[in-house]
Design a protein. Structure first.
Length: 297
């Protein structure tokens, strides 16, 4: 069967032996390496784009006696992560904007619990408005409690699960908003246009460079076959090696199951797997063998 490419592997909790060392990189939003903006409700602002404004304020407030809401969007260029790699962690840092000239107040205020969510459809930071803002999902969202001070920074927010989802779905983008979009609550955050580079949003990435899944570091006489439409049988030509581990990677690069290799092989329940190509890894004492299978029932 033809080898299928898996460019980025999501990090997982299963103990898979990988080669290489953890690397670090910082992805900023400046000079075309990503974009940010905010959108604002209201009759005079709902069709405006604010991607060039040095502010990422989010709030529930009032404008002329009417409820006003601001939400912020950030897009980091995840294509900068080398391939093939396993994502180890992703941490987002956002900073208080001491020079915000847009709002009538200069500090974070109110019961301002807020939430970071993932954008799930294409969007253009230089074009979106309140009326055209993209859809988000609450899957793996991150909730941030109300601020303890008026000038609090938000460093190293763990957004690993969301970035994993972005890599798996080829989508990118965070939305920041108040948990309760009602007056009076506000966060004053610096954007990528801030004069101080230290205050611009950034995403800290840890990743592990690996040998490609199409490569093998060891070979062994073992087979993978379907036992009916819902069971996958992994077995060796002889007794299974003690301590060997079988793992299955789905088409998005996620490890979906793992099991110890027994003497008579392993039966894996595939009833919840979607149709498509899968990679089966057999790992033993630092060596790895690879097989390709396709579920098409």
């Amino acid at each position: 069967m033809q080898n299928l490419p898996f460019a980025i592997l999501s990090a997982c909790t299963f103990p898979i032996a990988l080669s290489g060392q953890v690397q670090n990189m910082t992805i900023g939003i400046h000079d075309g390496v990503g974009e940010d903006t905010y959108v604002a409700s209201g009759t005079t602002t709902q069709n405006n784009n604010y991607s060039t404004i040095p502010s990422l304020t989010i709030y529930g407030w009032t404008n002329g006696g009417q409820l006003g809401v601001k939400r912020a969007f950030l897009d980091f260029d995840l294509g900068l992560i080398p391939e093939p790699s396993v994502l180890v962690s992703a941490r987002l840092s956002l900073y208080y904007n001491p020079d915000d000239a847009i709002e009538s107040t200069d500090v974070h205020s109110g019961e301002n619990d807020w939430v970071i969510q993932r954008v799930v459809e294409p969007w253009n930071p230089e074009a979106i408005t309140w009326n055209t803002q993209p859809t988000v999902t609450n899957t793996n969202e991150v909730l941030i409690p109300a601020t303890a001070s008026g000038d609090e920074n938000f460093e190293d927010i763990d957004v690993t699960a969301m970035v994993q989802d972005m890599l798996s779905t080829s989508s990118s983008g965070f939305r920041l908003s108040m948990v309760t979009e009602q007056p009076y609550r506000m966060l004053i955050l610096a954007s990528a246009e801030d004069d101080d580079p230290a205050l611009r949003p950034r995403l800290e990435i840890e990743y592990l460079s690996t040998v490609g899944l199409s490569e093998e570091t060891g070979r062994s006489a073992w087979q993978v076959s379907w036992t009916g439409p819902e069971m996958l049988h992994v077995r060796g030509a002889g007794p299974g090696p003690i301590g060997a581990r079988v793992s299955v990677v789905d088409p998005t690069g996620r490890v979906i199951t793992t099991a110890g290799f027994r003497q008579d092989g392993v039966l894996l329940d595939a009833s919840n797997w979607a149709n498509g190509p899968y990679t089966v890894l057999l790992e033993h004492r630092g060596a790895r063998s690879v097989r390709r299978i396709v579920k098409s029932y």
